[in-house]
Ligand binder design. Structure first.
Ligand SMILES: *Cc1c(COP(=O)(O)O)cnc(C)c1O
Length: 392
């Protein structure tokens, strides 16, 4: 026998990455204070967090977690269907559904698992799954795992999506899109996609990981902000680990959808329910995200300030009105150099390189938060301007 050795094959792949200077580096954060993190003993202003509303360290959210842990303990100790579903989960699901204007919601432990569960419960190998090329990897993985035929369309191009649907008119069809694209910060053409799905009798799934809390007057996300509801977007998924500053995810929609997920989504059935204290903390985070509109208003001001300042300095930005503000660099080594220079100047802004983004699509993924101050953004712009102008 002469089987290929798996572990040495893996080590070789890592070696290839190291040789190409593409090795990802795991950084350990040893302290967090507001929008600063401490890495390697150095205090850095963090522009890499998805805590868009500044809720991750909010005292009321922390207090809810601690208080609920005293009452419920730490672990849920079982899957939802087998005694793990506590009152805090139930109340959170109701509050999330109400916020997003849906009949009902079901919690999942992570967004990754929620998307795998949606795809696996709805699709089978006879179905077709149409996806934006820039969708988050877990939507793609979910479609692959379901066995459905996966067809990807040109980013945000509704005609391209239509062609993919037309090429398979008899199959059951699901069209999935990020609401806000995680590496580019742009918003999907949701109204046109909803129209297309209605014409084509396809089911529209929106992953609003970066839209919930951020978009819409009450933070209820990209779908509501586009003037759409449950009839247009029957499957709405969002995560709790970004703007809500907590962890986990949910899927919201009709009673029939949520009933079906609870029965058939394997990543819901066969996994331990999220800790009930986390659900309790999330309930407070939802209330703050919904009611404290000043967080979104402040964020909008910081976004405007950042974009104006970058444009003035000739820094190339992606077209985005969300807190995800990618600085387009192109070459991986150049993005790495800029990131290192910013770090030396006191800013944490990691470089995002292929294969996470397209070849020559390397960037600095700057994210803004209501926890930042105007002076923080000014300081970043000054440092970015200086590094940008200095050839490596
Ligand atoms: C972060 C993210 C996910 C995954 O959510 P987790 O809760 O972190 O697993 C899914 N979809 C999108 C678009 C994301 O940005």
């Amino acid at each position: 026998m002469n089987r290929p050795p798996l572990l040495s094959r893996l080590a070789r792949a890592s070696g290839d990455r190291a040789r190409d200077a593409l090795l990802r580096r795991l950084r350990t954060i040893t302290d967090v204070e507001g929008s600063h993190v401490v890495v390697d003993g150095k205090r850095l202003l963090n522009f890499a967090s998805n805590d868009y509303l500044g809720l991750a360290q909010h005292p009321a959210v922390v207090e809810a977690l601690v208080g609920a842990a005293r009452r419920w303990g730490v672990g849920a100790s079982a899957a939802h269907l087998l005694g793990g579903h506590r009152e805090e989960h139930d109340l959170l699901e109701r509050e999330l559904a109400a916020w997003c204007g849906r009949d009902r919601a079901a919690l999942f432990s992570t967004g990754y698992m929620a998307n795998l569960g949606i795809m696996q419960a709805l699709l089978d190998p006879r179905a077709v799954c149409i996806q934006d090329k820039l969708n988050h990897v877990c939507l793609i993985d979910g479609a692959r795992l379901s066995g459905a035929r996966l067809r990807r369309y040109v980013h945000a191009d509704v005609d391209s999506a239509r062609r993919q649907l037309d090429s398979d008119p008899a199959a059951a069809a699901l069209l999935a899109t990020d609401g806000v694209f995680s590496m580019d910060g742009d918003i999907a053409p949701l109204q046109a996609l909803a129209r297309l799905c209605r014409e084509q009798q396809a089911t529209l799934v929106v992953d609003d990981a970066h839209g919930l809390g951020v978009l819409g007057a009450d933070g209820s996300g990209s779908v509501a902000d586009a003037g759409l509801g449950q009839a247009d977007v029957p499957v709405y998924m969002a995560t709790l680990g970004k703007a809500l500053g907590v962890a986990g995810a949910f899927v919201a929609g009709s009673e029939a959808l949520v009933d079906g997920l609870i029965q058939f989504a394997r990543t819901h059935v066969y996994t331990t329910a999220m800790p009930p204290a986390l659900a309790a903390a999330t309930r407070v985070a939802v209330r703050l995200a919904r009611d404290e509109a000043w967080r979104r208003e402040k964020l909008a001001r910081l976004i405007t300030q950042f974009r104006a300042g970058a444009t003035r300095r000739g820094i190339a930005l992606a077209e985005s009105r969300t807190p995800i503000q990618p600085v387009l660099v192109g070459k991986s080594d150049e993005a790495t150099r800029l990131s290192a220079q910013l770090e030396a100047a006191g800013f944490f802004v990691p470089a995002i390189r292929p294969p996470t983004v397209a070849e020559n699509g390397a960037r600095l993924r700057v994210t803004l938060s209501a926890a930042h101050e105007e002076a923080d953004v000014d300081a970043l712009l000054a440092a970015l301007g200086a590094s940008w102008a200095t050839p490596g």
